[in-house]
Design a protein around this ligand. Structure first.
Ligand SMILES: Nc1nc2c([nH]c(=O)n2[C@H]2C[C@H](O)[C@@H](COP(=O)(O)OP(=O)(O)OP(=O)(O)O)O2)c(=O)[nH]1
Ligand SMILES: [Mg+2]
Length: 319
């Protein structure tokens, strides 16, 4: 049997005033009746940007400039009857008023109102990516609890991270729980979302947390998503097999690294950007680059297909 050819699809997330343009696929086509981001197949000889400009024009009448496109995520998905490579780009300055030029219904929706079940299955990670920021701020060490809380509040105030992880692997469960209670309060007050790090039972103890980040030794013990969809689920991954497992668990995102050598994992050499890019390509969920990175590395990370960068040093001063 010959393998089914993968279809390269240019997908456009068009933003206007905080909303995104959504169309309904005609009933008779593949994945018909479901909602979609406008776009279509990349034709021979076209770049993905050229294809997107053309498809958006044909389907909606909107004009977008190819150099205003920003990469969002790349997704490979096998529908059984079709294999697609969704090459997803965002545009925030489309010209004109959109119309469904192929007779399709179109509308502007808020990202928080996009429901997985209304879209083709391959779209789940696109929706996840649109809800995630470019930085994932991980707590570092501090001399004692007072210093930790002072550092957390200072980091929240100055770097204003939207998404944080309370990582303190050397603490006892009780000490971690105490820090979690305080940190949740500090994050709530500053509008940041906080994930807790450890086992799934943490969310039963702290239902007000925004999600759970599983270290690999916890993730490997699960064979299905251990938290409800309303929470974020993150997994620490280091290789292809772990990335596949995170996909199976329907993680909302993963961290992957260390990309560069880092003081928090002494002895581990970085995988480097080339290997990082190869591993991102096999992930079916958004990926944050982790390990020895600073904000200067964000462009490199995004160029390698990452959602953004994760780390300690860009928001946490060392003691
Ligand atoms: N445009 C678009 N296609 C998607 C999304 N999600 C998803 O799985 N797909 C799949 C469905 C199709 O198999 C493929 C895109 O095909 P398409 O029907 O848009 O292609 P096209 O505009 O070139 O249409 P046609 O000229 O071949 O009729 O990608 C999405 O959000 N937007
Ligand atoms: Mg199309």
């Amino acid at each position: 049997m010959t393998a089914v050819r993968e279809i390269h699809v240019a997908v456009g997330v068009i933003f206007r005033q905080g909303q995104v343009l959504i169309a309904r696929r005609p009933d008779h086509v593949h994945q018909g009746g479901l909602l979609e981001f406008p776009g279509g197949k990349v034709e021979t000889g076209e770049s993905v940007q050229q294809a997107l400009v053309r498809e958006i024009r044909e389907e909606t009448g909107l004009r977008i400039a190819p150099d205003a496109l920003e990469p969002v995520i790349e997704i490979r998905h096998d529908y059984g009857d079709k294999r697609v490579f969704l090459d997803v780009w965002a545009a925030s300055s489309a010209q004109g008023s959109p119309e469904g030029r192929e007779g399709q219904e179109i509308s502007w929706l808020n990202v928080c109102d996009l429901a997985d079940a209304d879209f083709p299955a391959a779209n789940r990670p696109i929706i996840r990516a649109l809800r995630l920021p470019r930085q994932y701020a991980i707590t570092g060490i501090a001399a004692d609890t007072t210093a930790y809380l002072r550092q957390l509040e200072q980091g929240l105030r100055t770097a204003k991270p939207e998404l944080c992880l309370l990582r303190a692997p050397n603490l006892s469960d009780d000490a971690y729980a105490q820090l979690a209670a305080w940190s949740l309060e500090a994050c709530r007050a500053s509008g940041a979302r906080l994930l807790l790090h450890g086992s799934a039972s943490l969310l039963e103890q702290f239902p007000a947390a925004c999600g759970l980040h599983l270290p690999w030794h916890e993730a490997r013990q699960h064979s299905a998503r251990p938290v409800p969809d309303g929470y974020l689920l993150a997994v620490s991954c280091h290789n292809e097999q772990e990335i596949a497992h995170a996909g199976l668990l329907q993680a909302d995102f993963i961290t992957l690294g260390p990309v560069m050598p880092t003081p928090s994992h002494p002895g581990a050499t970085g995988i480097g950007w080339r290997r990082f890019r190869e591993l991102v390509a096999v992930s079916t969920v958004p990926v944050f680059a982790l390990g020895g990175l600073s904000l200067k590395d964000l462009a490199e990370a995004r160029g390698a297909g990452a959602q953004g960068i994760a780390g300690i040093s860009f928001w946490w001063s060392s003691v």
